[in-house]
Design a binder for this molecule. Sequence first.
Ligand code: FES
Length: 99
Amino acid sequence: MEKPDYHILVCNSFRLTGEPQGTCNKKGAPALLQHLETEISDRGINAMVTSSGCLKVCGKGPVMVVYPQGWWYGELDEAKVDMILDAMEKGEAVEKLFV
Ligand code: FES
């Protein structure tokens, strides 16, 4: 398996019981996750996306983190995700969207 250039964690508010209940999930993280997966595939970005438990910045949800850079983004919607992916294609971050 080729190692991805980026590993993106998307908070989906999973709890230990496996039940998603938190802020990011309620604010649309599942749809954002689907959008992100589709865009990454369409754009041919070498990234792995993982849905995560609470990342402890609930007030900024929906939240995602891009590794290995450690770029934390918050208050996301589809337009902001597109902006972030546009920047990633150039190897850049969108600092104004950092948490
Ligand atoms: S529920 Fe997403 S950061 Fe807490």
